[in-house]
Design a protein around this ligand. Structure first.
Ligand code: VGL
Ligand code: ZN
Length: 205
């Protein structure tokens, strides 16, 4: 059985200067690049996810008429309204330019009516190609990092645990939105409670 490195949404819009900038986001780039090199050197898989919204995506405050950061409903599912971000084909949707190039990309959030924090399922539980992709390659252990701790990292980790993967969260290579100041801490606690192991990048051999 095999391990894989899973990089969550390290895209320009979530980094400094982006439309949904996560504080300290670019600090994770050198740490992430070191891990990419390590995994590639040992022949282990590296997969990156990309939030990949159409311009009319229903999670955007601009499309819903809601206020940024407030809670509403999208197709009857609770939804936080976000600034326009990661619109398909725009510079904001591209992976951070200093991130090492990744061959395996999983796109999510493409359905305009449904948001998708998790890289495995959207909010209506439709599956992306990620689980099949990993299983076909005998991956059973995931090292997960990226943006944002309190949304896409958290929901990806919880789904990975549900799907039976052994999950390590590389906590020094995650940063959160923190609409409430404690959100990232609480998210890490939730992941740990469900069975994820929190580790620092330096302890990965
Ligand atoms: C994310 C909010 C909206 C994330 C994506 O990548 O954590 N957060 N879309
Ligand atoms: Zn999004």
């Amino acid at each position: 059985m095999k391990k894989a490195l899973l990089l969550i949404d390290i895209q320009n819009d979530f980094c400094e200067g982006g439309s949904l900038a996560v504080p300290g986001a670019s600090e994770i780039i050198p740490i992430t690049n070191e891990l990419i090199s390590k995994f590639q050197a040992s022949g282990d898989l590296v997969v990156a996810t990309m939030d990949w919204h159409p311009a009319d995506h229903g999670s955007f405050a601009s499309n819903s008429g809601g206020k940024i950061g407030e809670l509403g409903k999208l197709e009857d599912i609770p939804q936080i309204w976000w600034p326009d971000h990661c619109v398909q084909g725009t510079p904001g949707a591209e992976l951070h330019p200093e991130l090492k190039k990744i061959k395996n990309i999983i796109y999510k959030g493409t359905n305009p009516k449904i948001d998708s924090y998790s890289a495995f399922f959207n909010a209506s539980k439709d599956e992306t190609d990620l689980n099949k992709f990993l299983r076909q390659r005998d991956v059973d252990t995931l090292y997960i990092l990226g943006l944002a701790t309190d949304y896409c990292v958290k929901f990806t980790v919880l789904d990975a645990l549900d799907l039976g993967y052994q999950v390590y969260v590389v906590s020094n290579a995650c940063r959160g939105v923190n609409l409430d100041p404690n959100d990232s801490e609480t998210a890490l606690e939730d992941m740990k409670k469900k069975g994820a192991k929190l580790i620092e990048s330096a302890s990965i051999k």
